[in-house]
Design a protein around this ligand. Structure first.
Ligand SMILES: *Cc1c(COP(=O)(O)O)cnc(C)c1O
Length: 465
């Protein structure tokens, strides 16, 4: 057995981490100077660190542990599947029971005619698949010029070359020569920060109509697809105005543009229904999935594809694309068990009917805090915007993210994982979180907000830009 035994002392682990481990989305020198917090176990909604502290995980890992930690059924299924068939591919006219069962189950759960699944190892890979699939689709239908994919600024679609190109994160585009050709970006429906004097309803329409303008600019014959998250996650939990999605749907339908809903976060109960597309009444041609699909217990992602797209792709000869781990049997078996528990224990239903509304009631009250300009929520994903001037929806004079980082650090010190995106604070707890755990989450958040306000006031940072 090469399991890591009862671990080394924290300082030794931190030193080895600094010496050999490169962290994603991290300033390496800065982290190595202070040392990573070492997480050793987890159960339910709580993480345990190497010093024994119990941390409430308000982010469900990276938005993925929908089922909560510590479900031994998933471990048992993984072990059993490894004994029976640890690996086989599906490239060369073979298939296996776990991948077949998972594809069937996803077809049942997904709305409309989303009945076919192409598997990947992650959300990024699935979006790379989507780029190739939608371009191949139009080529197969005799319209090879329909290649450009329209996406959104501040969207997040992963970190591969394709995924990061679809994403609209300027900091990511700045490194490594992105975006790839034939991807363009329109503005996001972020009313609080960008809506100015318009009402949210007007603003939602305005931002949706940018899609129509972009299609006109590029020419309808050159546009393959529009991709968006039903609710932007990594961008800061941007909940769109109610007017936004109906108008986007109308435009995609009117111009024969495929609609890709990136449900990597919003899938599997996060917004209170199985998919964000159901919450927001969207009819996507393709859905990207990952994260909550396995509750993060094993890496797996995929694209759920509608009948008409699958028929075209299946009818166009070899699709020259796939991953060694597409439909990995262990990942598929674990995902299936995760979906079984989410369903049979009524976790998605309870979240939609009880705990998400409870969280909403508590979370929206944070808007009364002197440091909070707006509270927003969709199901079990929520954000607040920090501001020095509520009425003006002002940003801080300090560099963006300074106050948010401070607040995150206060939260972490108070044993709550709440993430910051710039000067927004966001949460997406495991869907199994109970009402009393929600109370604890809110208590720790308020305490951290109070401490942040006191500290930035003392340091003269409570100043509008
Ligand atoms: C996390 C995420 C991805 C990327 O998934 P990975 O598994 O990290 O590759 C893609 N889209 C959205 C909306 C995400 O939140």
């Amino acid at each position: 057995m090469t399991l890591i035994p009862n671990h080394l002392p924290t300082a030794d682990l931190q030193a080895l981490d600094a010496a050999h481990h490169m962290h994603p989305f991290t300033d390496g020198d800065e982290l190595n100077a202070k040392g990573a917090r070492i997480i050793t176990r987890a159960d339910g909604v709580y993480l345990t660190d190497s010093e024994g502290a119990q941390i409430l995980d308000g982010m469900a890992g990276l938005w993925c542990v929908n089922l909560g930690y510590g479900r031994t059924e998933l471990a048992d299924v993984a072990a059993e599947q490894m004994r029976q068939l640890p690996y086989y591919n599906t490239f060369f006219q073979t298939s296996h029971p776990p991948v077949i069962a998972l594809a069937k189950r996803l077809a049942e759960l997904a709305p409309g005619d989303l009945n076919h699944v192409f598997f990947a190892g992650s959300g990024s890979e699935a979006n790379d698949t989507n780029i190739r699939m939608v371009r191949h689709y139009w080529a197969a239908r005799g319209k090879p010029s329909k290649k450009t994919i329209i996406a959104r600024k501040n969207g997040y679609h992963g970190s591969t070359l394709g995924g990061a190109s679809l994403g609209g994160m300027s900091g990511m585009h700045a490194q490594g020569g992105l975006p790839i050709p034939d991807v363009t970006h329109i503005d996001q429906p972020n009313w609080y920060h960008e809506g100015g004097d318009t009402s949210p309803e007007e603003f939602g329409l305005e931002r949706a109509r940018q899609l129509e303008a972009e299609i006109a600019r590029l020419g309808e014959d050159n546009v393959a697809a529009f991709i968006a998250e039903p609710v932007q996650g990594a961008g800061g939990v941007i909940v769109p105005p109610e007017t936004y999605w109906p108008e986007i749907q109308r435009i995609c339908d009117a111009h024969e543009i495929l609609l890709i809903a990136d449900e990597v976060i919003t899938g599997f109960g996060r917004t209170g229904n199985w998919f964000g597309s159901q919450t927001w009444n969207i009819r996507p041609d393709i859905m990207t999935i990952a994260k909550g699909l396995s509750s993060g217990y094993v890496p797996i992602g995929g694209s759920i594809v509608s009948d008409h797209v699958a028929e075209t792709i299946n009818g166009a000869g070899d699709f020259n694309h796939g991953y060694t781990y597409s439909g990995h049997p262990v990942a598929a078996a674990v995902a299936l068990e995760n979906l079984r528990i989410l369903d049979e224990e009524g976790i998605v239903t309870r979240c939609g009917a009880e705990t998400a509304p409870y969280l909403r009631e508590k979370w929206m009250q944070l808007a009364d805090h002197p440091l909070v300009g707006e509270a927003r929520i969709s199901g079990m994903m929520a954000g607040i915007a920090l501001t020095p001037d509520k009425a003006a929806r002002a940003s801080f004079a300090a560099e963006g993210g300074t106050v948010g980082l401070r607040c995150r650090e206060r939260c972490f010190a108070n044993n709550l994982v709440m993430r910051h995106v710039g000067d927004n604070m966001i949460i997406a707890p495991p869907l199994v979180i109970s009402k009393s755990e929600i109370d604890t989450l809110i208590e720790r958040a308020v305490k951290s907000l109070d401490e942040t306000l006191a500290s930035i006031t003392a340091d003269g940072l409570m100043v509008a830009a």
